[in-house]
Each structure stands twice: as structure tokens, then as C-alpha cells.
Design a protein around this ligand. Structure first.
Ligand SMILES: Nc1ncnc2c1ncn2[C@@H]1O[C@H](COP(=O)(O)OP(=O)(O)O)[C@@H](O)[C@H]1O
Ligand SMILES: [Mg+2]
Length: 436
């Protein structure tokens, strides 16, 4: 440890804020400072050494004769919060001489330091002999408070600035994320559309394959038998019974052909409808109740000889601006489904159509009291080609057409509820006026 002469020590002390007089009247005599030498304990610290720790008992005031120290507090979880740097020729730990409490902060040497420690008791004893000391202690504390305030404000401003920057960065990231999400969602919808289109095309091919295949078989059969009868006719070998046989088989074959061609034509008509071609519909404002009544009237041939009841519950004045043809399509498909799927031969069924106004337009409730569908089929009912009557005339396109018509042409929504054995309900929300 470096040793100092008395003179060197006196000069070191005189340079310290605590003994530095503001003017000649405040100047400490050499004797007064030599007295300090007797009560001060000198120590040397390396940069990083701890002077004292937060929570230690405060039993002394420390004069920083050489070097700098850093003051910090623990913010918990190992975080250190920097409070201040105390520069050479200042003092610290003065709170202990005033209020005898534990250290409120930790102090560590920020560079190699030379420290002088004075115990509380020695300090007060010295103080009573040299009350002038009070002035400098107070000055020092005052300066410390000001510095701390200033650095606190500076730090606050910096933190705020950082917070703003952080916020902006966060906003930018969130926006970026949202945009990429939107993009991938759009892609997903698009690929979903493409997939359902592909499914549709495959389905169309599959459905048409059977009737067309049968058509091909029977027509080649017809060609064969015709060639045969022509040749026996030309060779004068044709008997009457040959001709009768030919006639009856030809009639049968052409009936089969007609039947399957009609089925194909029907399928194609449905497929065309699936594409929900908007241009096929005429747009206008129409009265819902009277239009519904017209639709039911047009279904009368299908309802002939059936005891079912169809009721319409709708206020006279409800109008919507949209595509009436689309509504007809929807109701027709649903009624035909009720006739085919809900009711057995001889059943006395009820179909109830109810229309209510709501904030955005109308809600149309369609309900039959037929067989209903099992819970697990509800989610499939709008899928193309979902049918429980495959091979019995079912194509599974009816409800898909309804769905497309409601959502794409009328910009509404549709949902289905059913309890097996208790009928089926459809809820259709439609806007009162279509956006252009
Ligand atoms: N009103 C109804 N009652 C019971 N089941 C129904 C009703 N409407 C539709 N379904 C069921 O939904 C399936 C799909 O209907 P849809 O798409 O019109 O095809 P399809 O009538 O050609 O079978 C039907 O096969 C049937 O199982
Ligand atoms: Mg159907």
C-alpha cells in the first residue's frame, strides 16, 4: 500500500469536497486536517471491488480521495440498477451519519480507488469541534440530490425514448405478421377453392360416366343388331320373328338410351347450377311473402297427391333487393329434399317457412318435421356429392347449390340443425340489399 506523508495527506483531504472551503474564511487549517488523519482509515481498492453492499449496516462516511465509485441498487432477479457515479474528491455513505440505518445502495470501485473511512462516532466528535463541516456536508448532499435528479430525468427520458422505439418496432412486427397472415389466408381460400373445383370436376366425370357408359354399351348393341338384321334382310334370310325380336329389342334399347341421356342432361343442368352463375339471375326488389307463395305454387305438380302442408309465415311488407330467382332455387331444392328425404310415402308432413326481419336484413327459417339427419351428417350436408340416396337418383348437389346460392349470389349465410327423427331446420340470413 502506498504511503503518504502528512503533508500529502493534508493536501488530499483539502481537495475533498467535504473540507474544501468556498472562500478563505472557510479554509481548514493544517492542524484541523491533521486531526482528520488521526481518525481516518485509508484503504486502496481495485476496480470492481465492493466498498459496501445494500443492506450493510451504515457505520461510517467514506471520502473518495482517488478514483471513482459506482452506486447501484439491486432490482431483484440479479438485475442491477445503476444510480450514480461518484467522482474523485467527493464523499459518500453520508446518510449513515444522519440516520444510522442500513445502506440503501451498494457501492463498487469503478476504477482503482483510494478511500478514507471515518466512523460515525469519530465524525461527530470532529464535527462538534469544527461545526463548519456542516456546511460542506450539506452542500455535498445537495449537489448529490441535484445530480441524481438530473440523471434520473435523463434516464427516464432515455427509457421513454427506448420504450417508444420498442413500441414502434413491435407495431411494425405485428403489422408485418398480420399482413403475412392475411396473405396466407387468401392463399388458403384460393387453394381450397381450387381443391373443391377439382373435386367437383372429378365428381362430374364420375357421375356422368355411368349413364354415358350405359349409353355407349346399348348404342353399340343397337348398331350390332341393326347390322345383323340388315344382312339377313339383304340375303333374304330375315324371318318375321327376327324382325319382331329386332323391333322389341330396339325399342328397349332406345328407351334405355333416352333414360340415360336424360339423366346425363339432368346432371349437367345441376352442375351448371353449382357454378352459381350470377348472370343467370335477374336482380330486383321484391316482396318476400308473395314471392315465396309463387314458388310454392310452382311446386304444386311435385306436391300433387301428397298430403303434406306447407305454411308461410312472413309479414306482408318485407322486401329485399336481390335475386328472386336465387331464392326460388333455394326454396325449391329444400322442398324437393323434404319430399325425397324427409317424408315416407303416406306421411302427413309439415314444412314451415318463417321470415323475420333483423338488423341487417332477413332471417329465413325453413323447417320440416320429417326424418331429420344424424348429427354426423350435418357438417357434410352442403358438401358436393354428399347424398344418402346414391343410386336412387341422388346426386348430392342440391344442398351444395343452395349453399353456393346463399353465400355467393345472395351474400348471406346458412346453417343447419337437425335431430334424427324430428325433422330438419335451415337458418338463412340474407342482407336486405345487395352491395353492388
Ligand atoms: N329435408 C331433409 N331431411 C332429411 N335429410 C335431408 C334433407 N335434406 C337433405 N337431406 C340429406 O342431405 C343429403 C344431401 O342433400 P342434397 O345435397 O340435396 O343431395 P341429394 O338430394 O341429391 O341426396 C341428402 O342425401 C339427405 O341425406
Ligand atoms: Mg337434393
Amino acid at each position: 500500500m502506498k504511503t503518504f506523508t502528512t503533508h500529502q495527506m493534508v493536501e488530499l483531504l483539502r481537495n475533498n469536497v467535504i473540507f474544501k472551503g468556498a472562500d478563505a474564511a472557510e479554509k481548514y487549517s493544517d492542524e484541523a486536517l491533521e486531526e482528520v488523519i488521526r481518525i481516518i482509515k485509508i484503504s486502496e481498492l481495485k476496480a470492481g471491488d465492493i466498498v459496501f453492499k445494500q443492506g450493510n449496516q451504515g457505520d461510517s462516511i467514506v471520502l473518495l480521495l482517488r478514483g471513482e465509485v459506482a452506486v447501484y441498487v439491486s432490482g431483484g432477479k440479479g438485475i442491477e440498477i445503476h444510480i450514480a457515479i461518484i467522482e474523485e474528491n467527493n464523499f459518500f455513505g453520508e446518510m449513515a451519519i444522519i440516520d444510522d440505518t442500513d445502506r440503501m445502495a451498494s457501492v463498487r470501485a469503478a476504477s482503482d480507488c483510494l478511500l478514507g473511512t471515518i466512523s460515525i462516532d469519530d465524525f461527530w466528535e470532529y464535527f462538534y469541534k469544527h461545526p463548519m463541516l456542516a456546511k460542506n456536508v450539506l452542500r455535498g448532499i445537495n449537489q448529490r440530490l441535484r445530480d441524481t435528479d438530473a440523471s434520473y430525468i435523463e434516464r427516464l427520458a432515455k427509457e421513454k425514448e427506448e420504450l417508444i422505439r420498442f413500441n414502434r418496432e413491435l407495431e411494425r412486427k405485428v403489422k408485418e405478421k398480420a399482413e403475412s397472415l392475411e396473405r396466407s389466408q387468401k392463399q388458403l381460400i384460393q387453394s381450397e377453392k381450387m381443391a373443391s373445383l377439382g373435386q367437383l370436376v372429378a365428381g362430374v366425370a364420375h357421375e356422368i360416366n355411368t349413364p354415358v357408359g350405359i349409353g355407349v354399351t346399348v348404342s353399340s348393341h343397337l348398331t350390332q343388331s341393326t347390322k345383323k338384321i340388315i344382312s339377313s334382310f339383304e340375303n333374304n334370310k330375315m324371318s318375321k320373328s327376327d324382325l319382331t325380336k329386332y323391333f322389341s329389342s330396339t325399342l328397349e334399347t332406345s328407351e334405355l338410351m333416352l333414360q340415360h341421356l336424360l339423366q346425363t342432361a339432368d346432371l349437367i343442368k345441376s352442375f351448371k347450377m353449382v357454378s352459381a352463375d350470377q348472370t343467370a339471375h335477374e336482380r330486383r326488389k321484391f316482396n318476400v311473402k308473395s314471392y315465396l307463395e309463387d314458388i310454392i305454387l310452382s311446386l304444386r305438380p311435385k306436391l300433387k297427391n301428397k298430403p303434406h302442408q306447407i305454411t308461410i309465415d312472413c309479414d306482408d311488407d318485407i322486401e329485399i333487393d336481390g335475386y328472386p330467382g336465387a331464392l326460388a332455387q333455394i326454396i325449391t331444392n329444400m322442398v324437393l329434399n323434404s319430399l325425397i328425404h324427409a317424408f315416407n310415402e303416406g306421411d302427413n308432413g309439415t314444412i314451415a317457412i318463417e321470415v323475420l326481419k333483423n338488423a341487417s336484413g332477413i332471417i329465413l327459417k325453413y323447417r320440416d318435421d320429417g326424418k331429420g339427419i344424424p348429427e354426423e351428417n350435418i357438417e357434410n350436408i352442403f358438401e358436393p356429392f354428399f347424398t344418402t340416396k346414391r343410386g336412387e337418383g341422388g346426386t348430392g348437389l342440391g344442398m351444395h347449390i343452395v349453399y353456393n346460392t346463399v353465400t355467393q349470389i345472395l351474400k348471406g349465410s346458412i346453417s343447419c340443425e337437425s335431430t334424427l327423427g324430428q325433422g330438419i331446420s335451415f337458418f338463412i340470413n340474407l342482407p336486405a340489399k345487395l352491395e353492388n
